[in-house]
Design a protein around this ligand. Structure first.
Ligand code: HGY
Ligand code: MN
Ligand code: MN
Length: 410
């Protein structure tokens, strides 16, 4: 079957969606989950789904599904493609959005050819993949895969004190479909690599076989405020010092892992946060990742020991809250083989690789065969307005996605 991808329209839709939530001051766009800016993004994707004549359904956690019916009419489990359209703060235009819009481009190729697939094709935009406002990340796909009860997710309180379910209702995306009601036959996610590997090796396609484990925790250090000028070091109970020392130790844990473990502190705050007062309290996050579960456990254990030692030496107390803990995921070998075969058929250089970032595919892998396709990120940059992938590479990735789907459905 000779289906044609409309690459120009895909690039145009990426550009249009990328303008929603644009931040002229700091660059990029910010469409944090369930904000008005993200609602605008949702509304735009739903409008494009309706233009394609898809059956649009919203589930109770706000996941959006657009389905192209099959030629047989019978209700077979759909082949699903998807990703997310929520962003981090000052994000690029491609993270997540590329996969959702490329899915629509694949469906459009069927529509343009005037043929229907042998089984339904569903394009999904999952709620709150980034987990910036409400933890955990990949929340919508986690609920959809049965990893988190929808009512618990709806009761989640955000970093801004809002209740997720209230915000979902406020933006008009509190759907009635039970999460998981549409069980995919298999799932494909096209995504930018967000890392340096493909570009460094001059390769066009990543065949993503697995995805590393993720551990997010929030640490609270409670010490004693005191005068910065009169308090001798030996008498201090400096929460700020312990937090900073712990962050430095987390980097040492990553460095000692020969590069497999990654440690990131993305958020840190001191109280009272004034220049001449020793902080009485410090809160900070630690994001630990490793493709190997036992190494990730070792990193968590070592960090806990470091924190306890620092706390004891400084005479402060520490508490840790686990925000996210996802084990590494291995994707479906058959789908990975199919992706590799399509890259080869399209004469695109490729390699098998691990995903450093979390993705909705890792959740869908719990309920259906799933795999991912990567395209290069310029400079390996993402979660940054400078995120970029060349137009030709974006279209190549979508061509691979189309080729895999056509062959899986023929
Ligand atoms: O954190 C992640 O890896 C993803 O971007 N949510
Ligand atoms: Mn993403
Ligand atoms: Mn992301």
């Amino acid at each position: 079957m000779n289906l044609q991808l409309n690459g120009a329209l895909l690039l145009e839709q990426i550009r249009i969606l990328g303008e929603l939530g644009a931040d002229p001051r700091h660059g990029g766009r910010t469409r944090i989950a369930l904000t008005d800016a993200e609602k605008a993004g949702r509304d735009q994707v739903v409008a494009w789904m309706n233009e394609l004549g898809l059956t649009v359904r919203i589930d109770r956690i706000g996941n959006i599904f657009g389905t192209l019916p099959s030629s047989s009419g019978e209700q077979r489990a759909p082949l699903m493609m998807g990703s997310h359209i929520d962003t981090v703060t000052n994000a690029g235009a491609l993270d997540g959005c590329y996969g959702v819009l490329a899915g629509l481009a694949v469906v459009r190729a069927w529509r343009d050819a005037g043929v229907l697939p042998s089984r339904p094709i569903t394009v999904a935009a999952f709620t709150n993949e980034e987990g910036v406002r409400y933890q955990p990340d990949m929340m919508g796909s986690l609920v959809y895969a049965g990893g988190l009860a929808v009512d618990a997710a709806l009761d989640t309180l955000g970093t801004d004190g809002t209740r997720l379910g209230d915000e979902l209702a406020r933006i008009g995306y509190a759907g009635d479909l039970e999460p998981g009601a549409i069980v995919p036959h298999e799932y494909l996610e096209l995504h930018i690599e967000q890392g340096p590997v493909l570009e460094a090796e001059g390769l066009q396609i990543g065949v993503v076989e697995n995805l590393q484990g993720i551990s997010w925790q929030q640490v609270t250090v409670s010490g004693s405020a005191n005068h910065a000028g009169t308090t001798p070091t030996r008498l201090r109970h400096d929460a700020g010092f312990v937090a900073c020392a712990a962050v430095a130790e987390a980097r040492a844990i990553a460095r000692d892992s020969a590069g497999t473990t990654l440690a990131t502190t993305g958020c840190i705050a001191f109280e009272p946060n004034v220049i001449n007062v020793i902080p009485r309290r410090a809160t900070f996050t630690v994001d630990l990742r490793d493709p190997d579960e036992s190494r990730l456990c070792q990193a968590e254990q070592r960090f806990a020991e470091v924190l306890d030692r620092l706390a004891q030496d400084e005479g402060v107390s520490v508490s840790r809250e686990q925000l996210v803990r996802f084990e590494p995921v291995v994707f479906d070998a058959g789908l990975a083989d199919a992706i590799e075969a399509s890259a080869r058929r399209l004469d695109l250089s490729h390699r098998r690789m691990t995903s450093g970032a979390g993705h909705d595919a890792q959740m869908i892998a719990r309920i259906a065969p799933a795999a991912m396709i990567f395209v290069p990120s310029r400079g390996g940059i993402s979660h940054n307005p400078r995120e970029h992938t060349d137009d030709a590479a974006l279209i190549e990735g979508a061509e691979v996605l189309l080729d895999v789907v056509v062959r899986r459905l023929s």
